[in-house]
Ligand binder design. Structure first.
Ligand code: PAF
Length: 294
């Protein structure tokens, strides 16, 4: 496994890798969710590259950039064990030199939901993934459904800017009690960790209502919100029921696939989760299939 932190060597190494390359962009602090993406990339490509870069442009001034968990030796050991070919570990100065002035803004999709609470977040995400796509010349890039809005935005970016790359969205990896794996879960105190299961319980309550025939958007949202509001430690930011492609809120009952998204704050930690309705769509290709070809 080659660990590379400069652009010329990355390009040279990519040129020497035969066949198709799968890229897994990460910010490190790897967990089983990331490793699932690496395994999907391994299964579908001749070579696998992983980037580890805590991207400063996607953090707001009051966010956790400085505290974001870091453990490069552990991350590298995990990736080595997965048979990864290349790990790209650039510095912030390499990615954003003094002269850097170009940002990508995916309009409309970046405005609501996470975009409303984290202004500028998706501009930073879109910019860094575009740079990583260009630098790595990957054939496929792998993202988790847990960050569904991010996945939808990246697919739009790839399509709009004609990147010759396929975006693969893999299902959310979960603990046995349903909590979605996230690098930020390490921030949760014991009682917060217990309360955090309400996100999954809320999604499941909405799923049950949907399965019982409920289609009214306010009822489906309200069912999930009720579970979240039953946890005094949780501060609900939003519970949204949207069209998965446009991320526009649903106003009228629909039998089309829907995306139910939740964001909460627990203590100082922001947690997200989501699920497609019908729930059976949350399978290996669920969100990828629902969004259609890039
Ligand atoms: O999902 C993440 O970890 C980050 O947003 C990403 C895609 C690696 C871009 O920095």
């Amino acid at each position: 496994m080659q660990v590379i932190d400069d652009i010329a060597r990355l390009r040279e190494t990519r040129a020497g890798l035969r066949g198709q390359l799968g890229l897994v962009p990460t910010m490190g602090a790897l967990h089983d969710g990331h490793l699932g993406l690496v395994r999907a990339a391994r299964a579908e490509n001749d070579a696998v590259a992983v980037s580890i870069f805590i991207n400063p442009t996607q953090f707001g001034p009051r966010e956790d950039l400085e505290q974001y968990p870091r453990d490069l030796p552990r991350d590298l050991a995990l990736l080595e064990a997965e048979g990864v070919d290349v790990v790209f570990t650039p510095t912030a100065d390499l990615m954003y030199p003094e002269t850097f002035r170009t940002y990508i803004n995916v309009e409309e999709l970046s405005v609501g939901l996470e975009g409303a609470s984290r202004r500028g977040h998706f501009r930073g995400v879109a910019t860094v993934v575009a740079k990583l796509f260009n630098l790595c010349s990957a054939d496929r890039a792998y993202f988790g459904q847990k960050d569904a809005q991010q996945a939808v935005i990246i697919r739009r970016l790839v399509s709009d800017l004609n990147f010759p790359l396929e975006v693969v969205v893999c299902p959310t990896a979960r603990h046995t009690d349903g909590l979605a794996l996230s690098s930020r879960n390490v921030y949760l105190a014991t009682e917060e960790r217990a309360a955090a299961t309400a996100l999954y319980r809320g999604l499941q309550a909405a799923r049950q209502a949907y399965d019982a025939g409920e289609r009214r958007p306010e009822k489906l949202r309200g069912t999930a919100r009720e579970v979240l509001e039953g946890e005094p430690l949780i501060d609900v930011d939003y519970v949204a029921l949207t069209d998965p492609g446009t991320l526009r809120g649903l106003r009228a009952p629909s039998d089309d696939p829907l995306l139910l998204l939740i964001a909460v704050t627990l203590g100082k930690t922001r947690l997200l989760d989501n699920g497609l309705l019908p729930w059976s769509l949350n399978d290996r290709d669920g969100l990828t299939r629902v969004l259609g070809a890039t």
